[in-house]
Design a protein around this ligand. Structure first.
Ligand code: ZN
Length: 194
């Protein structure tokens, strides 16, 4: 429970509005999962997450508070920014996995450093790049990218299992693999853009 800034009444920590006076409350929730009202787990349904996001954005939209008190205007902007951040983080499997690992106290190392001890992942990424560079026809290049997409899907499924078993070391390794696969698919798409 917390105290309403406006009337000092008690409000739920996850309540957006005070039930006594109706004032919009400041953001009090600590993480993106709580902000979007879903359990802190890797296996979440993105369409449901998006529906929840739009519902909350509608309720706290800054336009609604243009004529209200300065506190509420500020809180509505903070809520809106938090919700955007929460959706962007949680809808991407890689970012969701990284965020969840950090939340569980096992953050991924800084960018670039992961590559040092994960040689196997690095070699595999290099092989995929070679296969793409050597593809003689657009169809052959498409097949290489489709294969990487298929691998990314499998790794995402394995991440569900790893997080469900609370195997954080395994999850961290899978997250790194997924990062490389996503980057490979993204780079391949960039290259083909006219
Ligand atoms: Zn109040």
């Amino acid at each position: 429970m917390a105290a309403c800034w406006s009337c000092s009444g008690t409000v739920d920590r996850d309540g957006l509005f005070c039930e006594s006076c109706g004032a919009l409350q400041p953001p009090r929730l600590a993480d993106h999962f709580a902000r979007l009202g879903v359990p802190a787990a890797f296996d979440i349904a993105v369409p449901a997450l998006e529906r929840r996001y739009f519902e909350l954005q509608r309720r706290i939209h800054p336009d609604r508070f243009a004529a209200r008190l300065p506190n509420e205007r500020e809180y509505s902007q903070q809520h809106a920014a938090n919700l955007n951040d929460a959706l962007q983080t949680l809808k991407s499997p890689v970012r969701r996995a990284e965020y969840l690992l950090a939340l569980k106290g096992r953050p991924m190392r800084g960018s670039g450093q992961e590559t040092v001890d994960d040689e196997e992942i690095l070699v595999h990424a290099m092989e995929m790049r070679e296969a793409l560079a050597e593809a003689a026809t657009p169809a052959a290049a498409d097949a290489v990218v489709a294969d990487a997409r298929g691998q990314a899907e499998r790794v995402t499924k394995e991440l569900v299992t790893a997080f469900a078993a609370n195997d954080l070391a395994g999850a961290a390794r899978l997250t790194l693999r997924l990062k490389y696969l996503d980057k490979f698919v993204e780079d391949a798409r960039e290259r083909r853009r006219p």
